[in-house]
Design a protein around this ligand. Structure first.
Ligand SMILES: CC(C)(COP(=O)(O)OP(=O)(O)OC[C@H]1O[C@@H](n2cnc3c(N)ncnc32)[C@H](O)[C@@H]1OP(=O)(O)O)[C@@H](O)C(=O)NCCC(=O)NCCS
Length: 152
């Protein structure tokens, strides 16, 4: 399931799987980071078809120092637009804020219009471009209003 969710996310983001790497390398990476930062790897609610959403996040070093970083927000296709993505984000932003970080970052494909709309709604702002503009680095200030205030 974890691998399926990630695969779908790459397909939605980049249109193919060329940037994805092997499933084995991903599972090794996941096991290592889940050990270092257990709060950063969540599967949400199971229904009869299995988990409905997945979150991968961890602290990472940026120019400003250590900050929060989200590797993946994923909601199963049949459960999108039910507010689960927002719940994943509320967990991530609350965790990073409680850890004392001033901001959180993520990277998104410039062609992933749904994800860009989602992040815009949550209050993320453009921070930088990578790969000739095909990847956007977004940043959210965690010191301002609460996520709920910001998204109303
Ligand atoms: C991006 C994603 C996580 C959003 O999850 P979700 O559970 O559908 O999002 P929510 O229901 O919490 O939506 C929160 C807000 O985001 C915006 N949004 C979400 N989906 C949207 C869409 N398809 N079009 C426009 N805005 C959208 C809306 O403003 C929405 O609020 P509203 O429903 O009150 O209008 C989900 O679409 C997904 O898993 N996509 C595939 C994986 C992916 O691309 N992940 C991000 C890159 S790693």
């Amino acid at each position: 399931m974890l691998v399926d969710f990630r695969r779908d996310s790459f397909l939605v983001s980049y249109g193919d799987l060329s940037r994805m790497g092997s499933d084995e390398a991903y599972l090794t990476w996941l096991a290592r980071h889940a050990q270092d930062f257990p709060d950063g790897f969540l599967l949400f609610e199971e229904d009869p078809h299995g988990p409905v959403a997945q979150l991968e996040m961890r602290p990472r070093r940026f120019e400003e120092g250590i900050a929060g970083y989200v590797n993946l927000y994923y909601v199963r296709r049949d459960r999108r637009r039910w507010g689960l993505g927002r719940q994943l984000h509320e967990h991530a932003s609350r965790t990073f804020r409680e850890m004392g970080y001033a901001s959180m970052y993520l990277k998104v494909s410039a062609s992933n219009a749904v994800a860009l709309a989602f992040y815009e709604r949550l209050g993320f702002r453009e921070h930088a471009d990578e790969d000739g503009g095909s990847v956007r680095v977004l940043r959210l200030d965690l010191r301002g209003a609460s996520v709920q205030d910001r998204t109303r």
